[in-house]
Design a binder for this molecule. Structure first.
Ligand code: C2E
Ligand code: CA
Ligand code: CA
Length: 689
């Protein structure tokens, strides 16, 4: 509230009062001068009128004196004006303009050209001239004749003093009047404008300090309900209410948007974004908790088999099951695909966690799937804060690793994060990258290890063995890469490239080799039954002009091969095309006698593990005997792999085996080294396959 209208809070009033005073002062002075000059003009007119009257009163006597050229009479006439301040100078002239009599009033020089001159309009007829006429008798009649002039100059000296007096009086009264008006105006301004305005400002100040959730409107100023101040308060209150409503709507919309942006519309649980924000908050609180990550086992195959609608239904079922199993206050998030994550607060031990989450491993379906499946299983990975990760990213990585290990461990199980598994997974990812590069860039080479007839030393064939580009082989071994390719199925693509390269290499040396020479290529069982395997063989053989009858395929024992219609079809086609098939690593894998007898292999390759145990190990010898017996019965040839010593050679030859492969004869050779090795062998008719 403003009590003192000249106080520091009322600069507007101060300015108003100062302006009114200044304008009043200047205006008052100007007005006084203008009024004074108008008054003075009127005074001068009056003076001129009375000067004329005074001169007119002596015109006749002056005419008589002029007619008689009577200087004494002239002077006595003018003497009457002696103390008359109205005239500065009076002169009586004859008709020849000669002076008859003259009167000059004493004047001070300072009165001439004073500052008032520019204010007092110059009177053009300041000098009054009366021509003097006298009746003269001529030709018997009186004729008026000009006999001289009476000239009077009016004295304005007293007018300047009067002017100043006048100005003084007028200025004083005007200033007083103006001052009065200024005071009245200032009081009026203070009451009618200053005070209500201050009230409004104070009210706005107070309302601004209130919480924006409260009604921040201001009170009307008393006595100003209908005027501009009343309307100003109304307008302010309206805008405050509008802003308040707008803010309230905005907050509501923001909350709705946030909830939408953090919710998974399908399962109505929160999404990854919400999980990350929850994890961020928890990580900053520094209290122990566990992150549980899970997904449906073989979700992809359910999706493929029954369609995405069924897949979605499974996700909803799992989300609902989680809501029942997981403690109420724990938010569940779907982080993508079929992966769900939730947080278990508190310092729980492994057993407590396992008890809580074990029911998730099997989720019953309310409606069985078309195939009759009644339930789905899940794999679960668990990581602990802060032990396994201090940030959301580290924790989610840790649960990913644990979940991966659960999948790798056969699915439908719980795994807690383990550092070793993490390192192994990292390593595996590196191996996968190296594998991908090898396939994409085809930057590998093949070495060729000769297959030799022990009797003659003649090279009858070779085995193509994969070697990696130096960039990769420095870090990963080819065995590691091949194992990863087998695990991921990329062996099909890798094997296709190896086959093409083997044909390409052989096309360069085949002319130098014996006609019955066979080059062996290792083929994974998955590649063997893969789509387009035969078509690719035909195309490759045609492209490099290397006949299929020179090809041998080495294939390891595998359950995947058995009883599949396609593997039998492929086998029949290969037989027809003249391609031989060798059962590799015999004795180490999936040995099914029935399969061995029915499949129709051309050759059995006994694993180097048995060869290297010769000639002392009885089990190894037994294997060789059995294989020799079977091979005889089924018309298959036998090759011993990994022959390293003369004793092994001697034993095998003694037993009637002839074909061997091993460091005793040669390590795997580059293509350039392989051809000279073959040529130096003696050309004696004997062959392995
Ligand atoms: P594998 O098919 O049994 O190949 C024979 C392995 O024994 C080769 O190892 C060879 O270098 C090694 N070896 C040969 N003679 C001797 C010997 O006297 N003593 C010993 N200790 N070892 C000998 P490598 O080249 O390391 O190949 C390992 C395995 O990798 C192969 O075993 C094969 O299963 C696989 N592999 C190699 N190349 C390919 C390929 O192109 N495709 C497929 N699918 N697998 C391949
Ligand atoms: Ca092999
Ligand atoms: Ca082998």
């Amino acid at each position: 509230m403003i009590q003192n209208f000249s106080g520091p809070k009322a600069p507007l009033l101060k300015r108003f009062v100062a302006s009114v005073m200044l304008v009043s002062l200047v205006g008052g002075i100007l007005l006084s001068v203008i009024i004074a000059s108008i008054q003075l003009n009127r005074l001068n007119d009056q003076k001129e009128d009375s000067a004329r009257l005074r001169l007119e009163s002596i015109v006749d006597s002056a005419a008589y004196a002029a007619f008689n050229l009577d200087s004494a009479q002239g002077h006595s006439l003018l003497k009457g004006f002696d103390s008359d301040t109205l005239f500065k100078h009076i002169v009586l002239l004859d008709n020849y303009q000669d002076v008859i009599a003259e009167l000059t009033q004493p004047t001070s020089n300072s009165d001439e050209n004073t500052w008032t001159e520019w204010l007092i309009p110059t009177i053009s007829n300041a000098t009054i001239t009366y021509p003097l006429v006298f009746p003269v008798h001529r030709n018997n009649q009186f004729i008026d004749e000009n006999v001289g002039y009476l000239i009077g100059s009016i004295n304005y000296q007293t007018s300047q003093r009067e002017f100043l007096e006048l100005v003084g009086t007028i200025a004083l009264s005007t200033l007083g009047e103006v001052l009065l008006v200024a005071i009245i105006l200032s009081i009026f301004f203070h009451r009618q404008i200053g005070r209500p305005l201050s009230n409004i400002i104070e009210s706005i100040d107070n309302s601004a300090q209130l919480s924006r959730h409260k009604n921040a409107t201001i009170r009307k100023v008393k006595g100003h309900h209908g005027d501009e101040f009343g309307r100003l308060v109304d307008a302010y209150n309206n805008s405050v209410m509008q802003a308040f409503n707008y803010m309230r709507d905005l907050e509501k919309t923001k909350a709705e948007l946030k909830s939408l942006s953090e919710r998974d519309p399908l399962t109505n649980v929160t999404n990854r974004r919400a999980l990350l924000s929850e994890l961020n908050t928890r990580c900053s609180q520094d209290a122990v908790f566990h992150v549980v990550s899970l997904d449906i086992d073989n979700f992809g195959s359910y999706n493929d088999a029954y369609g995405h609608q069924t897949g979605d239904a499974l996700l909803v079922t799992l989300a609902n099951a989680l809501k029942k199993i997981v403690p109420k206050d724990v938010p569940i998030s779907r982080t993508g695909g079929d992966e769900f994550v939730f947080i278990l607060p508190g310092d729980l031990d492994k057993e407590e966690i396992t008890n809580i989450i074990t029911p998730i491993l099997t989720v019953s379906l309310s409606d069985a799937l078309p195939g009759g499946t009644q339930s789905i299983s899940c794999s679960i990975g668990v990581a602990a804060y802060p032990k396994n990760g201090q940030s959301p990213q580290q924790l989610l990585h840790a649960t990913d690793v644990a979940l991966y290990v659960a999948k790798d461990g056969g699915r439908k199980c719980i795994r807690f994060y383990d550092k070793q598994a993490d390192l192994a997974k990292i390593r595996q990812e590196e191996v996968r990258n190296a594998l991908q590069q090898t396939i994409e860039k085809k930057n590998f080479t093949l070495l060729y290890q000769p297959k030799v007839s022990m009797g003659t030393g003649r090279v009858t064939g070779c085995e193509a063995l994969l070697r990696l580009h130096p960039d990769i082989s420095g870090v990963h071994s080819h065995v590691e890469i091949i194992e990863e390719a087998e695990r991921t199925g990329l062996i099909v693509a890798l094997g296709r490239e190896v086959m093409r390269r083997a044909f390409s290499d052989m096309s360069k040396v085949l002319d130098e080799l014996p006609e019955d020479f066979r080059f062996s290529v290792n083929v994974s069982p998955r590649q063997f039954v893969s789509e387009g395997f035969i078509a690719d063989l035909v195309t490759t053989s045609d492209k490099y002009r290397v006949p299929l009858k020179n090809l041998d395929i080495e294939i390891t024992e595998s359950s995947q091969m058995f009883d599949t219609a396609s593997s039998n079809e492929v086998r029949q086609w290969l037989k027809h095309a003249g391609v031989t098939v060798t059962l590799d690593d015999f004795g180490t894998g999936f040995a099914s006698l029935e399969y061995l007898m029915t499949y129709g292999f051309d050759q059995i390759k006994i694993d180097k593990h048995f060869t290297q145990s010769l000639p002392l190990d009885e089990d190894a010898k037994a294997i060789f005997n059995v294989v020799q017996y079977l091979a005889d019965k089924l018309h298959m040839s036998v090759v011993a792999e990994g022959v390293e010593t003369p004793e092994q050679v001697a034993y095998l030859r003694n037993q009637g085996f002839d074909c061997a492969q091993g460091y005793y004869y040669s390590t795997p050779l580059s293509l350039a080294a392989f051809l000279p090795f073959v040529i130096q062998q003696q050309p004696i008719e004997q062959k392995c396959v």
